[in-house]
Design a protein around this ligand. Structure first.
Ligand code: SF4
Length: 463
């Protein structure tokens, strides 16, 4: 039998808004790497690859992030009351069609999925693939498929659905579909060693790096433990190799760490990684779209972050309220946060370039708690970034929201979109949320203005 040919697809995003922060479908790429090792041939289409679809028109695109192209769609019925424009983000339909024209007919298709409330984008992607290759088995996996398997099965109608890690599960399924045997060898659940197959991209300007899977913490609102029951970290040398090789081979100058717990086991993990990267002469920009554990940043790590070229720093604070910090695994407290800000400043980072995640819209969180958190961040000269809460099935906060009648098993995942959920589920708090957003924007602007004024004073003084 000829070697089976697989088509791996990263689907469109369907939402009111979407912005590309160096995102790459690392889960799907990891599955591609795993299956290639076992001899499968891979074709790969990433519908949200802005560079590939030549969507990079805005200034921010220069460092690998930017706005996706949006194709306006009619709003799904349950969202008809939202006064915003809904759309599909990523390649145009014509671009998708011509990408499909350019590949051989696949023997199986693997489609991934991300946020549960983006499922209309997965559905539209699946429909195009079905129409084009009606006889080809379609396998659905990813975050949405894992968190809401029944909804995904009913809505997307895949031939097979995989939950959890996709590597071994896909291989076992594909081997059974094609009658292939790999002997009696015990197969690893996944294999994070080595570089992701970046050559599947025709154009590449930035890469997403994952040095670990999962998180040792257990925040009450987070789905990480449902997706990654065990926390595991790669060997530092392996990560160094991936960064150094992509830097020299593909001329990559922007690296985004997508870990949930990048700084855990700091002295045995990230510190040797940064030292190794520096020793190999890499001069790049490093970014962390996910929040860093502020408590782990000591002077040595802060100096290495500066030396390695950290540009985008986002710290997790979540709240200044002790009970919310407790629900957030006590990642940091106010005193430790202040200390970290000083350490980062001493290492040469500007305070107003540091962004701080604050959770908003938790059902028991008061407006005053949220405003206090924004004020606290501003006192530290940093920028607040609100992350509105959305309940995820299987988490403690979902159960809490269910007991309060804010969600049920029948709730359409579209209504858990974090940009609408708090106001939709508790309409009486909508004004409160509006006020919080406005206050945060004004406070951030003021922080930026103050820093600008101070730096002008310093310039004047030195002339
Ligand atoms: S620290 Fe972050 S990734 Fe870890 S459990 Fe909490 S929210 Fe999730």
């Amino acid at each position: 039998m000829k070697t089976p040919r697989l088509l791996l697809v990263n689907p469109w995003i369907a939402d009111f808004a979407a912005f590309d922060l160096w995102a790459k479908p690392v889960g799907l790429l990891s599955i591609a790497k795993y299956l290639m090792k076992f001899g499968y041939k891979i074709d790969f289409i990433d519908l949200t690859d802005r560079l590939g679809w030549e969507e990079s028109t805005d200034a921010k695109s220069r460092d690998g992030r930017g706005h996706f192209r949006k194709t306006i769609l009619p709003k799904p019925e349950v969202l008809s009351h939202i006064p915003r424009r809904y759309g599909l983000y990523g390649a145009t339909r014509e671009q998708f069609d011509s990408a499909l024209d350019s590949i051989e007919k696949p023997d199986a298709i693997l489609l991934t999925s991300h946020m549960t409330y983006w499922y209309p984008g997965v559905k539209m992607t699946a429909d195009v693939l079905r129409k084009r290759f009606p006889e080809t088995p379609l396998i659905l996996g990813g975050i949405y498929a894992t968190l809401l398997p029944e909804h995904a099965q009913k809505t997307i109608l895949p031939d097979h659905l995989i939950t959890g890690y996709g590597e071994k599960n896909s291989l076992t399924l594909l081997d059974s579909l094609f009658g292939i045997s790999h002997g009696e060898l015990p197969l690893p659940e996944f294999d994070d060693s080595g570089e992701l197959p970046w050559s599947l991209y025709h154009k590449l300007k930035s890469v997403a790096v994952l040095t670990s899977r999962g998180c040792p913490n257990r925040c009450s609102y987070c789905a990480t433990r449902l997706l990654n029951p065990r926390f595991s970290q790669r060997k530092p040398d392996d990560v160094i190799f991936e960064i150094v090789d992509t830097y020299y081979r593909y001329d990559i100058r922007d690296f985004a760490f997508y870990d949930d717990a990048l700084f855990t086991n700091r002295d045995r993990h990230i510190i040797p990684i940064f030292k190794g990267v520096i020793e190999h002469g890499v001069r790049a920009r490093f970014h962390t779209p996910n929040g860093l554990f502020a408590r782990e940043i000591n002077p040595e790590l802060a100096e290495l972050m500066k030396a390695v070229g950290f540009e985008t720093i986002r710290l997790s604070l979540e709240s200044v309220a002790p009970e919310i910090q407790h629900a957030s695994s006590n990642k940091v407290d106010n005193a430790a946060f202040i200390k970290t800000m000083n350490v980062l400043e001493n290492a040469g980072f500007r305070r107003d370039r540091i962004e701080v995640y604050l959770i908003a819209g938790l059902s028991e969180q008061t407006l005053e708690q949220a405003l206090d958190s924004v004020r606290f961040v501003a006192d530290q000269g940093a920028i607040s970034r609100l992350a509105f809460f959305t309940p995820i099935p299987g988490t403690a906060e979902w159960e809490k929201a269910r007991r309060k009648g804010l969600v049920s098993d029948e709730t359409d995942p579209l209504l858990t979109n974090n940009s609408i959920f708090p106001s939709y589920s508790e309409p009486e708090r909508a004004e409160e949320f509006k006020r919080l957003v406005q206050f945060t924007n004004e406070t951030n602007e003021q922080t930026c203005r103050q820093t600008h004024d101070q730096s002008e004073e310093i310039d004047d003084g030195s002339n």
